[in-house]
Each structure stands twice: as structure tokens, then as C-alpha cells.
Design a binder for this molecule. Structure first.
Ligand code: NDP
Length: 328
């Protein structure tokens, strides 16, 4: 098979959305464990911004984007589990999904159930797997437990609210506007607090009879870490899983002991889907709740693929809610 000519984005420098350059790309024929996926929809994630800005190291030049859904066009000689024509979705792959097609290692790909269309898959796979590990692989959670969810109207946030509500958890959402509070409540949040970190812990204590929450799911990072720690119940879990406002500074272990023998972890999805078994486990949980309709893909913005820089600008400016999908 010869190379495939496509259009897509490349990155030659780190910087703002303007460093994304649209143009012709030649993809080589898939080799070994590679699969050539013809994208129908591409997911936009905050990690794309960390890659673009250089917060997460990436060799340049590079493609951008780690999530997409579409149809298998060709497979490398060592791929036996997928073949041309399969409907698939992928995430946490080598960056380059912001393109008409992408070469993806077979280990990053899941077959799509008939009931899930490509647009929904691109809106829900990476963020839904994240919600899956946050709710199933951190603190053991029981119905009635209270959790704090930052950026609760966002892509990951709305999925967390829906799923946590289904599990009977009390969700205290944190958002920046009244409109986002309404979205978080519609997604299943029990309470929604509008505003920044000031006074947050006091409000959380007031909502939990003075106890604090069992787990704080904090994707905002630099501006919220202290309020999250202060919102936790004794032996609660501080799960810092994102840096939307910047990375969290070093935290001394004694700060955890002082606040009640807290647990702190900084998880990344890659370590929860590293093997085929792990990916199948989490995607199985996700496809189950999607199939039952208790979690619905919350796509808040659709833009043509060529408008990826604008999608990133809006995501970073806190103008979006739900997932962002690029249409191919
Ligand atoms: P979101 O749709 O949640 O967008 C980010 C939201 O963060 C904004 O809408 C905004 O909500 C809030 N926010 C607070 N402060 C800032 C700030 N200074 N700049 C920008 N946004 C801010 O994005 P995603 O769903 O794509 O990702 C959510 C988070 O989850 C990200 O931090 C991401 O890195 C993390 N993540 C981590 C993974 C992991 O494996 N650890 C995997 C996937 C995602 P509001 O206006 O309500 O404050």
C-alpha cells in the first residue's frame, strides 16, 4: 500500500492556538501494530492544550490531538483484531488526531458498539474513560458519599456528574457561572457552587454537616488545590487530575496529615488503560452506562475539523461546556 494523502494540523512550535498549521500530510502505510483510521469525528481535550503549550513534553514537529472515531482503512501486518471497515474509536495515542486520518497503535483502539455513533464516541471516549477510572479506581465510593467535582459543567465534569449521580453519590459541583451551575445540576449534581476557591471549603462543610467530602476531583489545579484539601473529610482523597489553571505546586506531606490523614494522588488516564485488559475493562464500564442511557455524551460544541484552533481557544477561555467534537 502506498502512503495516504490527507489534510490535517501540524505543530512546529509551542505557543497559542495560532501555532496549529493546517495543510497536506502524507501518512505512510500502516506497519506492524499500526492501524490507519479514517476519522469521522475528532475529540478536543485539554491535554491537547498542554501538548500545544509544551506543559506536557512533545517532540516537534508533531501532529496534535489524541482522540478520534471513524472507520479502519488498513492495518499493519501484525494486527489481527481489526480489519478494514471496522467502526472504531481511539484515545491516548501518539498526537495527530486533528486530521482526516490517523495512524494509531492497535492497543489504543476500541471497537464501537452498534448503538454508539462516531460523533458520540469522539465526544465521550477519552473523557468517559477518565470519569470511569476516577469513580472506580480511586477511593472506594459508596452510595451516599459526597464528592467535590471541579469544572463540573465541562467535558469530563458532566460525565462525572451523570455517572456519580447514578451511583447514588452526592455531587457538589464547582463552576464559574450560573448557566454552568444549571448544566451541572441537569447532569446530576446535587449542589452547584458558583465561584472560585475563596470560601469554597466553608460552603462544602456547610453542605456536608461539617464533615467535608470523601473525595475531591480537582482538574483545575493551581488555583484550587488548597480549597480542595480544606474541603475533605478526615481520611479523604485529594485527586488532582488536571491543570486547567496551571500545575499544582509541591505539597508537603504534613499538610495532608494536618487536615486529617488525607490521601493525595495525581493520576493520568494512560496508566489506567496501559494494557488491552485495562482498556477493555474501563471501556466496558463506559459502554455499559452509555448503553443503559444513564450516562449520555454531552456534546456542547461541534466545529469543522479546520476550526480546531478556535475550538481550543474557546476551551481555554472557559467559554465551553460539555465535550467539543470536530467534524471531519
Ligand atoms: P473542560 O471542558 O472541563 O474545560 C476546562 C474547564 O476548567 C473550563 O470550562 C473551566 O470551567 C475550568 N477552569 C477553571 N479554571 C480554568 C482556567 N484558568 N483556564 C481554563 N479553564 C479553567 O475540559 P476537559 O473536559 O477536556 O478536561 C477537564 C480536565 O480534566 C482538564 O484539566 C484535563 O486536563 C483533565 N483531564 C485529565 C485526565 C487525566 O488522565 N488525568 C484525562 C482527561 C482530562 P469553569 O468555567 O466552570 O471554571
Amino acid at each position: 500500500m502506498k502512503g495516504t494523502e490527507i489534510q490535517g494540523f501540524r505543530l512546529h512550535d509551542h505557543g497559542g492556538p495560532e501555532v496549529l498549521q493546517w495543510g497536506a500530510i502524507t501518512l505512510p502505510a500502516p506497519a506492524g501494530r499500526q492501524v490507519l483510521v479514517r476519522n469521522r469525528a475528532v475529540g478536543v481535550n485539554f491535554i491537547d492544550i498542554y501538548h500545544r503549550e509544551g506543559l506536557y513534553p512533545m517532540a516537534l514537529p508533531s501532529g496534535l490531538g489524541v482522540e478520534g472515531a471513524g472507520v479502519v482503512e488498513a492495518v499493519g501486518s501484525e494486527v489481527t483484531e481489526f480489519r478494514a471497515g471496522d467502526r472504531v474509536a481511539y484515545c491516548m495515542c501518539t498526537p495527530g488526531a486533528y486530521a482526516e486520518a490517523h495512524l494509531v497503535d492497535a492497543s489504543r483502539i476500541v471497537r464501537l458498539p452498534d448503538a454508539i455513533d462516531e460523533e458520540s464516541a469522539a465526544g465521550v471516549l477519552l473523557k468517559g474513560l477518565t470519569a470511569a477510572f476516577l469513580l472506580h479506581s480511586m477511593a472506594p465510593l459508596q452510595a451516599g458519599d459526597a464528592i467535590l467535582v471541579h469544572a463540573a459543567a465541562g467535558g469530563v465534569g458532566q460525565l462525572l456528574c451523570q455517572w456519580a449521580a447514578h451511583k447514588g453519590l452526592t455531587v457538589i459541583a464547582v463552576v464559574s457561572t450560573e448557566a454552568k451551575a444549571e448544566q451541572a445540576r441537569s447532569a446530576g449534581a446535587t449542589h452547584a457552587i458558583v465561584g472560585g476557591p475563596d470560601g469554597l471549603a466553608e460552603q462544602v462543610r456547610a453542605l456536608t454537616g461539617g464533615q467535608g467530602v470523601r473525595m475531591a476531583l480537582d482538574s483545575v489545579g493551581a488555583s484550587t488545590w488548597e480549597a480542595s484539601l480544606d474541603s475533605l473529610a478526615r481520611r479523604g482523597w485529594y485527586v488532582t487530575y488536571g491543570n486547567a489553571s496551571g500545575p499544582v505546586p509541591p505539597i508537603a506531606p504534613l499538610e495532608l496529615q494536618k487536615r486529617g490523614s488525607l490521601v493525595m494522588t495525581r493520576p493520568g488516564l494512560a496508566d489506567f488503560v496501559a494494557s488491552r485488559e485495562e482498556l477493555d475493562y474501563l471501556s466496558g464500564l463506559l459502554f455499559d452506562v452509555l448503553g443503559q442511557g444513564v450516562v449520555k455524551p454531552a456534546i456542547g460544541l461541534r466545529l469543522p475539523l479546520a476550526e480546531a484552533p478556535e475550538a481550543q481557544r474557546r476551551l481555554q477561555a472557559r467559554e465551553t461546556s460539555g465535550s467539543i467534537v470536530l467534524q471531519v
